[in-house]
Design a protein. Structure first.
Ligand code: IPM
Ligand code: MN
Length: 360
């Protein structure tokens, strides 16, 4: 298969981890006789520094002309600490999601058997957890009207949702549940928010079309508690943009490191794959960033194009690296000399020689 892939490494550790994902994809192309053509472009703080724009026109154009986007990370503390900054790196990613119509962000969360002791949560609580979070990505409070009064003392962000926006992601979530454990949990705040009441109404209607899937509801505050009390109760979680952002970072504690969590952002036409973590500026250039989230995002990219055997090989490589403790310091301080690149090299070698790969 021939795939044109836009690579947007972004800021902080983005370039380091994305380089590993690219390397792994190249190994897959070699093994399976595919042609993957990579084209890099700027986004985020690095793009602001070069052009004043976190999503330059040529970057957007490239993304619209490729089959998929591999995204690194975005963000820089120099903007976080400046509330008056007019242009921010995050705006680049939000604009990209909107322009590409990436309305569904899928974030798988699982407890790896070999990493059960890495989570601060008890083994008995997390063992067997396997959740797929469906986070709405182009609506809600992230994209509603923003206002600040003239005197600068009052601000608001509107949280708005339409039936259409809810329906399209709900269908994806129910379909996903059909091939999983058959359960959707809608996370909302319907006891307080009008927009959440619309979510409940619309999702309840859609559920009738999927009699083989059960639907239940949780308020987001309770869901946050349930996520660490009893995460095994979840199968597919369906939720709006900001709740999904928060709940998925919380859920990453189950896996032992946020550096493991990948995501796929899909729409009707385009698809983008990125780790759920941020740019981790303190780690930039030190070789300590975990590349697995980016590598597993590459596996999700392959699955998107039905290349399941290829994606599975990557996942097996990841499993093996974890089993052999070929991991960055977030997971294994004892072996902290294992760098971002070494993890990538190991998985690359595994793909080229799945049988022979050992600790070297
Ligand atoms: C994420 C990130 C982004 C978000 C930021 C960088 C805008 O936290 O992808 O989860 O809030 O969606
Ligand atoms: Mn986030």
């Amino acid at each position: 298969m021939k795939l044109n892939i836009a690579v947007l490494p972004g800021d902080g550790i983005g370039p380091e981890v994305t380089a590993q994902a690219k390397k792994v994809l190249k190994a897959i192309a070699m093994e399976f006789d595919h042609k993957f053509i990579f084209k890099e472009a700027l986004a985020g703080a690095i793009a602001i520094d070069k052009s004043g724009n976190p999503l330059p026109d040529e970057t957007l154009k490239l993304c619209k002309n490729t089959d998929a986007v591999l995204f690194g990370a975005i963000g820089d503390p120099k903007f976080d600490n400046d509330p008056s900054a007019k242009v921010r790196p995050e705006q680049g990613l939000l604009k990209l999601r909107k322009e590409l119509g990436l309305f569904a962000n899928i974030r798988p969360v699982k407890a790896y058997e070999t990493l059960l002791s890495k989570s601060p949560l008890k083994k008995s609580i997390i063992e067997g957890t396997d959740i797929s979070i469906y986070r709405e990505l182009t609506g809600g409070i992230y994209f509603g009207e923003k206002r600040t009064s003239e005197d600068g003392n009052t601000s608001s962000d509107l949280c708005e949702y339409s039936r259409f926006e809810i329906e399209r992601i709900a269908h994806l979530a129910f379909k996903a549940a059909q091939s999983r454990k058959g359960k959707v949990t809608l996370v909302d705040k319907a006891n307080v928010l009008e927009s959440s009441r619309l979510w409940r109404k619309v999702v309840t209607e859609i559920a009738l079309e999927y009699p083989d899937v059960s639907l239940d509801f949780l308020f987001v505050d309770n869901a946050a508690m349930q996520m660490i009390l009893n995460p095994k109760q979840f199968d597919v979680i369906l939720t709006e943009n900001m709740f999904g952002d928060i709940i998925s970072d919380e859920a990453s504690v189950i896996g032992g490191s946020i550096g493991l969590l990948a995501s796929a952002s899909v729409g009707d036409k385009y698809a983008l794959f990125e780790p759920i973590h941020g740019s981790y500026p303190q780690a930039t250039g030190k070789g300590i960033a975990n590349p697995i989230a980016s590598i597993l995002s590459a596996a999700m990219l392959l699955e998107h194009f039905q290349l399941f055997e290829e994606a599975n090989l990557i996942k097996q490589g990841v499993d093996k690296s974890l089993k052999l403790h070929i991991t960055t310091p977030d997971l294994n301080s004892k072996y902290s000399h294992i760098t971002t690149t070494k993890v990538g090299d190991f998985i690359e070698d595994f793909i080229s020689n799945p049988k022979d790969t050992n600790l070297n």
